[in-house]
Design a binder for this molecule. Structure first.
Ligand code: ADP
Ligand code: MG
Length: 698
């Protein structure tokens, strides 16, 4: 294996390559574009394109593509080769600045949620120079944004970039108030921890539910699950270790900072965490990571399951979005500082996040809403669907002291007056490891833990960035121009704590009593399903906020509402159809065949003599036959439910019918099928069991 150092980023057109392959002027102007968003002129674009092409061809590439993130949640690409016919009958390899900057894929098959009805049908892709181009297979991939000709975002990158800009603008205003005039840019960073399952490919291929839906729709509980806690951080099995090694290598070549890997709680569950980076790049990298995870798995005879709940009865998979904001000088604004003044600034940013999460808890919940993630959030698995913030005891005590103008009972007993020299110094590492909180402060960053394992992290970060930008804007509006800054600041922090402390919860988020308290006493939102949550994206306060920062237009928000619910409905319908298919064509025939064979053996045995009762067989045949009838009935009921949703007037109504009838009918069908599995002889069962799948990779 090549040395990691040499290998790292070898397939990326990164700063090292740019510097080496562009002349000084072109390089400087490209850097300006990357760092400051200055427009690139066409001569420079041509030079960059030529350098990219030469580099890519030297690395074996034959094609290029604009690589983008449509609203399907996965990435899209359309490959064009570099070849151009030459007069001598041969070809030359060409790539122009125009082709680099703008592409025109046929957008008509991507979801647009009505945007195309009102606007131009075709869309275009535009180069995002802040994320490096890279080579995948034989193709040079150019990260791009995807818009309609009317300028509406048809993707997740565009609003993400807008949200980062909104946060930058408002954070700079705040920093100025603290006398920080040299900062040019404030950027949010993310380190997403990614959970996944690995199963054997041959077994996977035998299960239609995994193939069509990414999760098991049937499956009796195996004798062993995760109750022994022997998998978490356990020794990694050789086949999995070989996979991880290969995966790291592929990710490193793409410049992805894969850092940590370990076994997770459930059998066959694992986690990969990269080192954090700029949100936009972290998002691109996470999309790539999910893709490469699946590709590398195929090479190892495995399948990587990114579904949020591939197996009932053991933990599902999530993604932890570790988020912070920092200046271009490298100062982390969520890090408690050394001086009282820095601490005051830290407290203001902290309050901005607290206020944002409370005011826009619904948007955060919506940003992670999918049919898959509904099996985790609010479904007896943490985190709950209720958003709350964990701060840890020390920080909590500080906020309480400020709120009550009371002495702070920390290391020093002192009254909290911001900006004066009496503010205590916080320790960094006093944060507990509260694993149940959906949104936890972990020393110098927040960890948003509600994301599903297959979610694009773009959505969560769009909402987080913009909501925090909104808090900062309100603060800056109030603080700019006041004569007594310190008093105004102190009052404002106090006001935030008073008004938003209901969102702070340091206890166990799994507890039923918490859900009761959260909803009944504190008035927090508890949107258990996607169908409950998503309509609130169109609440006036949410639309106003997102539009005022230029992150979404009204049409874009309506399109997201449509697409998210459409996606929810389609996902569940495919699952339901798969269940019907498996029940009718696999499960019923298997159970019935087993019952028939047992019955036949009863006949044979009885012929041997009257003293043979065949009690066991007769009883089993009876039970199995009753179960067959129940399965048949439950299948009919599910089919009926599927027919009824066709009468829904709109996507909102359809999603509610799915939530209330289809999902319930699916559960009922599953119960009887799983019961039949426990009673059917192994060799009759038509597909691999939970035990096979969860313990089959060694
Ligand atoms: P855990 O104990 O939850 O696994 P770690 O400290 O190992 O937490 O970090 C998890 C993730 O958080 C990693 O991706 C790491 O790079 C990222 N991270 C660390 N510091 C920051 C930060 N300041 N901003 C954003 N992400 C960060
Ligand atoms: Mg974590």
């Amino acid at each position: 294996m090549a040395m990691v150092k040499e290998q790292f980023g070898s397939l990326v057109f990164d700063d090292r390559v740019m510097k080496a392959s562009l002349d000084g002027k072109a390089y400087a102007s490209l850097k300006k574009t990357i760092d400051e968003g200055k427009e690139l002129d066409l001569t420079v674009a041509n030079a960059v394109a030529a350098a990219m092409k030469d580099w890519a061809v030297a690395h074996g590439a034959t094609h290029y593509t604009h690589w983008f993130q449509p609203l399907t949640g996965v990435t899209a690409e359309k490959h064009d080769s570099f070849i151009t016919p030459a007069p001598d009958g041969g070809v030359i390899m060409e790539f122009s600045g125009k082709e680099l900057i703008k592409g025109e894929p046929d957008a008509s098959s991507f979801p647009s949620g009505g945007l195309r009805a009102t606007f131009e049908a075709r869309g275009y892709t535009a180069w995002d120079p802040t994320s490096y181009a890279f080579i995948k297979g034989k193709t040079l991939c150019i990260p791009t944004a995807f818009c309609s000709y009317g300028g509406e975002a048809l993707d997740k990158k565009t609003p993400l970039l807008r949200s980062m800009e909104a946060l930058n603008v408002q954070a700079l205003r705040i920093l100025k108030l603290f006398g920080n005039d040299t900062v040019k840019r404030v950027t949010s960073s993310v380190g997403p921890e990614q959970e996944y399952f690995l199963v054997d490919r041959e077994m996977y291929n035998k299960r239609k539910d995994l193939v069509y839906t990414g999760r098991t729709l049937f499956g009796a509980k195996p004798p062993k699950g995760q109750e022994m806690d022997d998998h978490y951080f356990g020794v990694i099995k050789p086949r999995v270790a070989a996979y991880m090694e290969d995966l790291n290598e592929e990710l490193w070549k793409l410049g992805i900072l894969a850092k940590t890997e370990h076994n997770e709680v459930a059998p066959a569950q694992h986690e990969l965490a990269p080192i954090y980076t700029t949100t936009n790049i972290a998002t691109d990298h996470n999309q790539l990571t999910m893709e490469i995870m699946q590709k590398v798995a195929a090479k190892h005879g495995l399948v990587c399951l990114l579904h949020e709940k591939p197996f009932a009865g053991v933990n599902g998979s999530g993604k932890h979005n570790n988020w912070s904001i920092a200046t271009d000088a490298g100062q982390n604004l969520l890090s408690p500082g050394e001086t009282p003044y820095e601490n005051a600034q830290f407290l203001l940013f902290l309050c901005a996040v607290i206020k944002a999460v409370d005011d826009y808890q619904d948007l955060l919940r919506i940003s992670v809403a999918t049919a898959g993630n509904d099996h985790r959030l609010g479904a007896n698995e943490a985190p709950p669907a209720v958003v709350s913030i964990f701060l840890g005891d020390e920080l909590n005590a500080v906020l309480e002291a400020i709120e009550n103008d009371a002495p702070y009972q920390g290391t020093k007993k002192t009254t909290m007056k911001l900006g004066s020299d009496v503010l205590p110094k916080f320790n960094r590492d006093t944060t507990d490891r509260n694993r149940t909180s959906p949104f936890a402060f972990t020393g110098n960053k927040f960890e948003f833990r509600m994301l599903g394992s297959s979610n694009s992290i773009a959505c969560a970060n769009i909402m987080l960035n913009t909501a925090v930008a909104e808090s900062l804007k309100i603060y800056a509006d109030r603080l700019e121009g006041v004569t007594d800054f310190e008093t105004a600041l102190h009052d404002m922090i106090k006001k935030t704590i008073k008004e938003h402390k209901r969102i702070i919860f340091n206890g166990n988020g799994y507890d039923d009593s918490w859900i009761k308290e959260a909803t009944e006493k504190r008035g927090l939102c508890n949107y258990r399903t996607t169908a409950d949550a998503v309509p609130h994206i169109l609440d006036q306060k949410n639309m106003d906020m997102l539009m005022s920062h230029g992150v979404f237009t009204e049409a874009e928000l309506k399109s997201r509402y449509e697409i998210t619910l459409e996606n929810y409905c389609k996902t569940v319908i495919i699952e339901a159809n798969t269940m019907v298919d498996m029940a009718k064509k696999q499960i019923l025939p298997a159970v019935s065949a087993y019952a028939a064979d047992l019955a036949e053996s009863v006949g044979k045995k009885l012929a041997l003599g009257t003293d043979i009762a065949c009690k066991y067989e007769k009883e089993a045949v009876k039970k199995l036959s009753i179960l067959c009838d129940k399965i048949d009935e439950a299948t009919d009921a599910l089919e009926d439910a599927l027919v009824k949703i066709k009468s829904a007037e709109d996507i909102g109504e359809e999603s509610e019918m799915i939530r209330d009838t289809v999902l319930a009918a699916m559960s009922e069908l599953r119960v009887v099928c799983d019961e039949a599995e426990t009673m059917t002889a192994e060799k009759y069962w038509p597909f691999p069991t939970y035990g096979d799948l969860l313990f089959g990779v060694r």
